[in-house]
Design a protein around this ligand. Structure first.
Ligand code: NAP
Length: 322
């Protein structure tokens, strides 16, 4: 039986990845930093809470990570833990850097010292590109130009992951994932904020949704599809870095129109209030990824379309409030 350690097990991607690994008969360990009142709701949603072995540790606590790696020596580590909310990274830049940058260094050091055969996946992000693009899209060769403390912290982790591969021969991969969403996306993220708000409006529990820049464009996929790519990256003969995206980008405006329409609410613009507090200090206008390398090497392609994703999220939020 293969073993995997998943950090960020309580977030969005952790539960989807854990479910996939359990289906593949892995023993799955999940890192939990706060043992007082951990929130298992996302794992509950996928029905796998009792199938994970939980370990206590924090990405900012090197010793806890060393002990964990030394004790379990997992076949694979998927590092999904992060302060992942871009907007918060301007207010909490130091914390973001400690978790997202130094935390990765600690984890890699633990692997190097105690379990060098462990394969390592780092959750890198399209945010590292900023507004940089080649003919309007981003691929593995597009230069990085991060535009937030979050993206900068992730750029460090991207390079330290590459560096441990090149310096020590560890099996380390970066998945450069474009935005991916699901019914268990955090409610502070714009897509879920919209679908959650729509459900409340539909049921008479709210009157408006406050948003920032409706013209920002993102390449949105489904988290359940994207965790398959993470798994595939660690099953190859050689470690490498891959863009994971749908190749299609939409504006927040498009997202709203489809989501409101699906809930049967017409004239959607009357429910939206543009609130400057939700605009970023440095805006990122358009992301559209080219994931042909992942298709050619990993055989990976997204299955859920933009419309199907929105429908899934709206329906999940409507049934929660009902
Ligand atoms: P998420 O829902 O925010 O989950 C992140 C998890 O990290 C949370 O469960 C959180 O635990 C945990 N965490 C935070 N600080 C920690 C610490 N100091 N020690 C241990 N755990 C800590 O993020 P996600 O959407 O699943 O994304 C997974 C990863 O992919 C993240 O690294 C994110 O930056 C990256 N990524 C995401 C996207 C996307 O569109 N979703 C795109 C590209 C890259 P608590 O719940 O206890 O706070």
């Amino acid at each position: 039986m293969k073993t995997a350690l998943v950090t960020g097990i309580l977030g969005q991607d952790g539960p989807y990845l854990a479910k996939l690994l359990l289906e593949k008969n892995y023993k799955v360990y999940g890192l939990i930093s706060r043992y007082a009142n951990p929130n298992f709701s996302n794992l509950d949603y996928l029905g796998i809470t009792s199938q994970i072995d939980y370990l206590q540790g924090d990405m900012t606590d090197e010793c806890s990570l060393m002990n964990i790696i030394k004790n379990i020596r997992p076949d694979e580590v998927y590092n999904l833990a992060a302060q992942s909310f871009v907007a918060a990274s301007w207010d909490q830049a130091k914390l973001t850097t400690e978790v997202n940058s130094l935390g990765v260094l600690y984890l890699l050091n633990a692997i190097k010292l105690f379990s060098p055969a462990t394969k390592f996946y780092q959750a890198s992000t399209s945010e590292m590109f900023g507004n940089s693009n080649i003919n309007g899209e981003q691929n593995e060769a597009t230069p990085f130009h991060p535009r937030s403390p979050y993206a900068i912290s992730k750029l460090y982790s991207y390079w330290i992951t590459n560096n441990f591969k090149e310096s020590y021969g560890l099996y380390c991969c970066n998945g450069i994932l474009f935005n991916h969403e699901s019914p268990i996306r955090g409610k502070e993220f714009v897509t879920r904020k919209i679908t959650d708000g729509i459900a409340k409006i539909k049921l008479g529990l709210a009157k408006e949704i406050r948003l920032g820049n409706l013209d920002s464009k993102r390449d949105w996929g489904f988290a359940g599809d994207y965790v398959r790519a993470m798994y595939l990256m660690l099953q190859q003969a050689k470690p490498d870095n891959y863009i994971i995206s749908t190749g299609v980008s939409h504006s927040i405006r498009d997202f709203c129109a489809i989501a409101f329409n699906h809930a049967g609410l017409t004239d959607w613009e009357k429910y939206i209030v543009i609130d400057p507090q939700f605009k970023r200090p440095a805006e990122l206008f358009s992301l559209q990824g080219k994931s042909s390398k992942a298709k050619d090497v990993l055989g990976w392609e997204p299955e859920v379309t933009f419309e199907q994703l929105i429908k899934m999220m709206v329906e999940a939020d409507l049934s929660r409030y009902k």
